[in-house]
Design a protein around this ligand. Structure first.
Ligand code: DX5
Ligand code: ZN
Length: 214
């Protein structure tokens, strides 16, 4: 079953709690929470205080995507704020194995994201420790960008790597430019968790937008 995770990056930040509840009513499975620090990516969104403020708005899992430098320094803050799963960027971690295990030791599923120009081979040594891999299908930092077609090659590569190792229950997530035009090719290439910002939150009828993706 495909998991739909609307990204609140594209939601109305002046009504974030209500927007999250609207996404839940519209049929979202997870809430994708894009944390940006203005250093790892050229944009700054929100951190633990805002996540904690909207945590009571829903019981849906908060799928926290850390687009930040030195994520190991603030893992506990995101966990205390209400993260249900945490995804790190391979490019932001000097000690990726250690930081993945720091998340797992706290009892949370851990994911690793790779940017468009990062090869999937980077994931190979850590794959068996992961609950999720995130193939970025845009350059991280902003919603509403165009899907990068080469991502489909990487999706097929990572899906093959997982199958070869008997790790087919690891989630394969995509993030960026997922919409009704790109979703079919993305799922056929092996993704089972779809992050969608503009494709959901820019639409007036969020339920129709999520249904269209399904
Ligand atoms: C980009 C974020 C994505 C983004 C997706 O850095 O990680 O989650 O919000 O937005 P859309 O779906 O609008 O491309
Ligand atoms: Zn994201």
């Amino acid at each position: 079953m495909t998991i739909i995770a609307p990204s609140i990056l594209s939601a109305d930040f002046s009504r974030l709690g209500e927007e999250i509840q609207a996404a839940e009513r519209a049929g979202a499975d997870w809430i994708h929470v894009d944390v940006m620090d203005g250093h790892f990516v050229p944009n700054l969104t929100f951190g633990p205080p805002v996540i904690a403020a909207v945590r009571p708005a829903t019981k849906l899992p908060f799928d926290v995507h850390l687009m930040i430098e030195r994520p190991e320094l603030s893992l506990n803050d995101y966990i205390s704020a209400g993260a249900d799963r945490i995804t790190l960027h391979a490019e932001a971690c000097k000690h990726l194995h250690r930081t993945v295990h720091a998340i797992k030791e706290k009892g949370l599923p851990a994911g690793v994201a790779i940017n468009p120009a990062t090869p999937v081979s980077v994931l190979e040594p850590i794959l068996h420790d992961l609950d999720l891999v995130l193939i970025m299908t845009v350059n991280p930092g902003f919603g509403g960008q165009s899907f990068i077609p080469y991502s489909l090659v990487k999706l097929r590569q990572v899906r093959a790597m997982l199958e070869e190792r008997g790790l087919s229950d690891v989630h394969v997530q995509v993030d960026g430019g997922v919409n009704r035009d790109t979703v079919r090719a993305i799922v056929e290439a092996g993704a089972n968790v779809l992050v969608a910002g503009n494709a959901v939150f820019a639409e007036k009828d969020r339920a129709a937008a999520i249904a269209a993706l399904r």
